[in-house]
Structure formats: structure tokens, C-alpha cells
Design a protein around this ligand. Structure first.
Ligand code: AMP
Length: 299
């Protein structure tokens, strides 16, 4: 099985207490697609400008990521700038220049239309729905969002939530969306909005999966050196959905393992800026850390 990933590709400028990088490769679809490609072939739907480096396109293709659905439009690639607080838990967005992403109309190449596993990475919820309209018979659709859309496109986001099985969201965004301070109650409220399952990402406190029939919790992998959390939510989702697509089974056991693989992929991503750590990663490293997390939490 392959995974269809829709979202942004960006040039990010990021400052953390441990350094600063300008105009490095980023974007929700880029991070997610790269993480998922450790498990399955990825079909990427996104848009970049004419300034996007051919070197990066070649890199994606070498990584089992199909770029037929990647539009190259006149204009500049999406740019995003952010700064993190000392403990890396808070982030301030300093600039969002949508550029070619502003009028993005996702198109699906013919062979993407019968995709079974779909991840709608962070993007305007209207655009995320445009993709759903073009699919013939999806088996599992998951999506992400961010505060910006909760605040500016709430109605559209609510419509989207009625059409997805899994919603992957940060704890602060879950509280904002539901106006509910208790995270478990917020999760249940989200399940009443449409999704059968919600995954609440809690940064260094792990992730919690909630559905009407079961709950499952993962701690974060303990790390001494964290440099840049950018994209970890997307990488988590890529690991989670990539593993599920590979198994092509939607059992409780698969969901639990997928949550752990998402956690492990995200732990590698935060070890460097941009996709530097993911570039050097291989499946052996992933499975080694997966076993280590099991050893650390089993009692
Ligand atoms: P995360 O740290 O998981 O929230 O993801 C950060 C990534 O999301 C960065 O690489 C950004 O380029 C991308 N991003 C930030 N704002 C937006 C937006 N409004 N739409 C789509 N992608 C975005």
C-alpha cells in the first residue's frame, strides 16, 4: 500500500535556543512524506514555486516519494519563520508568506485517485476537503490542523472533521478547538465532531490515542539533545500513517504500534534542524529505538 500525503512544502527559517537556520527545507507534507517513506511509497500532493531547488526534487524522488502530484507554479515557494522559547515548548510564528500556497488547488494524478490511506497534513481545511472530493474510495483518512485554521476557518474545519476517521492534533489546539481545559474531555468532544479516533500530541509528554472503544498512551523517547522541534507533529503523523499503510490492517494492535513508530520517528526529527537527521536515518535505527522504548516502558 502507498500513502497519499497532502500539505505544504516550505522554506523555513527557525531559531531555537540551540541555533538558527534560514531558508531550510520544511513544510507539513515534506516532513510527513519523508517519515512515511521509511515504511511505504509516498504520493505527494503539494505546490512549490519556480525558486524551489531541483536538488530537493531529486532527493524526494530517490526517497520513494512520487512527485507527480507536486505542482511547480510561477511565483515563490511558501515561507515560514518561527522562534522557540528556552524550553522549546512554546513557539512564536514570526512570518507566514503563503506565496504559491495561497491559491493552491490540489490536483490528483489519475493513479492517486483510488488511494486507500490518506494523510491531510496541515493546510487550509478547504484545500484538504478538495482532496477528499477527488478520491474514489479511501479506507483511512487522517488529518492535522493548526491554531491559524481553528481561528480563521472554523466552519470549514468542522466540515472536514465530519469526513475523517482520525484527527491528529496538539494538546493546546485540542483545548482551543473544544474550549475544554481537560484534555481527555477535549478528546471525547472531538470524537463527537466526527472522527472515530483522536491522537493528542503532548510534545515531550508523549501522545494519547482516544477512541470510543479504547485508549492508548505513549511516552516520548527520552533524549538528552533536542535542537529543533519543527515538523515533529508531521513526522509523527508520517510514522503513524506509514506504518498503518504498510500493515494494511486496522486492528487495535496495529494502532498501538503505529503510535509508537510515530513517537520514534518524531524523536529522531528533533535531534537536528530541518530534515538533517531524517536524511541520515535508516530502518535499522528506527527499529533499534522502537525496541529500546519498549524496554524502557515495559513492567
Ligand atoms: P509542526 O512543527 O509539526 O507544527 O510543523 C511545522 C511545519 O509546518 C513547518 O515546516 C512549516 O513550514 C509548516 N507550516 C507552518 N505554517 C503553515 C501553514 N499555515 N500551512 C501549511 N504549513 C504550515
Amino acid at each position: 500500500m502507498s500513502l497519499l500525503v497532502v500539505g505544504s512544502i516550505a522554506y523555513d527559517s527557525v531559531k531555537t535556543p540551540f541555533g538558527k537556520k534560514d531558508e531550510v527545507l520544511g513544510g507539513s507534507a515534506l516532513y510527513c512524506g519523508l517519515a512515511a517513506s521509511f515504511f511505504v511509497p509516498v504520493n505527494l500532493v503539494s505546490v512549490v514555486g519556480e525558486d524551489f531547488s531541483k536538488r530537493y526534487l531529486n532527493f524526494l524522488r530517490k526517497r520513494n516519494i512520487d512527485t507527480e502530484g507536486l505542482q511547480i507554479k510561477k511565483g515563490k515557494t511558501f515561507r515560514w519563520k518561527a522562534e522557540y522559547s528556552h524550553n522549546l515548548n512554546n513557539r512564536r510564528t514570526l512570518a507566514t508568506h503563503l506565496n504559491v500556497l495561497r491559491d493552491f488547488k490540489p490536483e490528483l494524478p489519475k493513479n492517486y485517485k483510488d488511494s486507500k490511506y490518506i494523510f491531510l497534513a496541515n493546510l487550509d481545511p478547504y484545500m484538504q476537503q478538495m482532496v477528499l472530493d477527488k478520491l474514489s474510495n479511501p479506507k483511512l483518512v487522517a488529518c492535522d490542523t493548526m491554531s491559524l485554521w481553528i481561528e480563521t476557518k472554523r466552519d470549514s474545519l468542522m466540515k472536514l472533521l465530519k469526513r475523517v476517521e482520525i484527527f491528529i492534533i496538539n494538546e493546546s489546539e485540542a483545548r482551543e478547538l473544544t474550549a475544554e481545559p481537560n484534555l481527555i474531555k477535549a478528546g471525547h468532544k472531538i470524537c463527537n465532531l466526527g472522527p472515530k479516533m483522536v491522537i493528542l500530541k503532548k510534545g515531550e509528554n508523549g501522545a494519547l490515542l482516544l477512541s470510543k472503544s479504547f485508549k492508548f498512551l505513549s511516552v516520548a523517547y527520552p533524549l538528552e539533545a533536542v535542537y529543533d522541534p519543527t515538523g515533529s507533529g508531521d513526522v509523527f503523523a508520517g510514522g503513524f500513517m506509514g506504518y498503518l499503510a504498510k500493515q494494511n490492517k486496522l486492528t487495535k494492535s496495529c494502532f498501538k504500534k503505529a503510535l509508537i513508530y510515530g513517537t520514534i520517528l518524531a524523536s529522531f526529527n528533533v535531534e537536528s534542524f530541518s530534515i538533517e537527521r531524517l536524511k541520515r536515518l535508516n530502518r535499522k535505527d528506527i527499529d533499534k529505538r522502537y525496541k529500546e522504548l519498549r524496554r524502557l516502558t515495559h513492567f
